[in-house]
Design a binder for this molecule. Structure first.
Ligand SMILES: *Cc1c(COP(=O)(O)O)cnc(C)c1O
Length: 429
């Protein structure tokens, strides 16, 4: 071959340069950019289990896991085979399929508060639909959300939002007119607000996972349930991250508080685009075509996404959750020790199988305290880890997603790498 491989070899920097010419910021979701940590992203060539490989052949132990869409590990053979088989039978029809029924049944069976489910194509669509449904069902205008909670990028919910909005230090988004958020009330997390009779719904991440990891204070969710009941408002749990990740029945099963509506996404698509909205039949029946609240989607209930989602759920029995949560707890203890040994002020909160990482002296309890995390320290630690082949999210407000493929041995190996990263960072702290 006259051409050397090198001449055409893809590099992260080369791809990023090309990407920036044709894609704003070089990424199709701002959380993937390295804006807040500096440097430029690695471009993934392939992934398997707990690992991703970039286009230069470097391997990383991956804690991003598609921001929580992957729980069984990358390219799990059961999921890959389900998608392959489904694809061979057609990729989208515009007519209902058996798998949509199976996935809706699987969700209802696992989450008793869901008597009916509508499948959509993303978590954003699920929350957008949930608040439209709540407004349509109650005939009231106001939505209450909590600062630091992220509910996707729909206009009405992009106020004091977590995730990438927090990472980029934005108050909200340009292009969202005041009128779009005029009926969105933003209040502090972990404080039960007083609700007027104009409130259609309170939407909350039952365990906040987009401002780092902030578990609900004792009584917070119970208080929301009561406040909603007293005010005649609906309680919406956004379980797009926590659903089918922290427990078979989501955060609501662990916390014992029952919402009227629940939003899902991420895990239930097995890595393909999906979202779902579920709840009491009396409320869900207000959705078209049964009721007056319109919602639709060309690719809703997509054959590939439902196949992947069903395959993912089939791998998640009680034993799987016990293992996931046990390992997360253990990993959190190891990391806590690592930071202690390096004399770095860090908190590693854990809830179910979710881990947070907060650089500060005390755990965050709301958005104000979450923003106290030392972002500069996170950025240095992030790169020290990445250099050693450990991929955390490139933003201080995301969580870690250890999954079924992160074996005890792998977590132990990672803990040693992270310890070295912590020592390096502490040396210049
Ligand atoms: C990711 C996320 C969403 C949005 O889901 P997309 O599929 O990215 O649209 C909504 N709510 C929460 C809690 C999320 O973490």
């Amino acid at each position: 071959m006259p051409d050397s491989d090198d001449e055409h070899a893809l590099t992260n920097a080369g791809l990023f340069e090309r990407a920036q010419r044709v894609i704003p910021g070089g990424v199709n979701s701002p959380v993937r950019a390295f804006r807040s940590v500096g440097g430029s992203p690695y471009f993934v060539a392939r992934a398997e289990g707990a690992h991703v490989w970039d286009v230069e052949g470097k391997r990383y132990t991956d804690f991003v896991q598609s921001y929580g869409a992957i729980i069984a590990g990358h390219a799990h053979p059961v999921i890959v085979e389900a998608v392959r088989e489904a694809a061979g039978a057609g990729t989208s029809y515009g007519a209902p399929t058996e798998r949509e029924v199976l996935l809706a049944e699987a969700i209802c069976e696992r989450v008793p508060s869901c008597e009916m489910v509508r499948l959509v194509s993303s978590g954003t669509e699920a929350t957008m639909t949930a608040i439209r449904l709540a407004r349509g069902h109650t005939g009231r205008p106001t939505i209450v959300k909590f600062a630091g909670c992220y509910h996707g990028h729909g206009d009405a919910l992009l106020a004091e939002s977590g995730s990438g909005v927090a990472t980029l230090g934005l108050p909200g988004s340009a292009g969202v007119p005041e009128s779009a958020v005029a009926e969105t009330l933003v209040v502090p997390y972990n404080v039960v607000p007083e609700l007027g009779d104009d409130v259609a719904a309170v939407i909350v991440e039952p365990v906040a996972a987009n401002m780092g990891l902030v578990p609900p204070a004792p009584g917070f969710l119970e208080g929301l349930r009561k406040a909603c009941d007293d005010a005649g408002a609906l309680l919406i749990f956004d379980e797009v991250i926590t659903g089918f990740r922290v427990d078979r029945g989501g955060a609501q099963a662990l916390l014992g508080v029952t919402p009227d509506l629940s939003c899902f996404g991420k895990v239930i698509g097995g890595g393909l685009p999906i979202g779902a909205l579920g709840g009491r039949a009396g409320v869900m029946s207000s959705l078209a075509p049964l009721g007056p609240v319109y919602q639709a989607g060309t690719l809703s209930g997509n054959p590939l996404a439902t196949a992947a989602g069903l395959a993912a759920l089939s791998l998640l029995d009680d034993a799987a959750y016990r293992m996931l949560c046990g390992r997360a707890e253990m990993f959190a203890q190891w990391l806590t020790q690592v930071f202690e040994d390096a004399s770095l002020p860090a908190q590693v909160p854990v809830f179910g199988s979710l881990l947070g990482l907060y650089f500060g002296d005390a755990p965050a309890t709301d958005y104000a305290s979450a923003k106290g995390t030392d972002e500069a320290l996170y950025a240095r630690f992030f790169h020290a880890c990445l250099d050693r082949g450990v991929a955390l999210a490139p933003g201080a407000y995301e969580v870690l997603f250890p999954g079924l493929a992160h074996s005890k041995d792998e977590l132990e190996r990672v803990s040693d790498l992270v310890a070295a990263a912590a020592r390096e960072v502490a040396g210049t702290y």
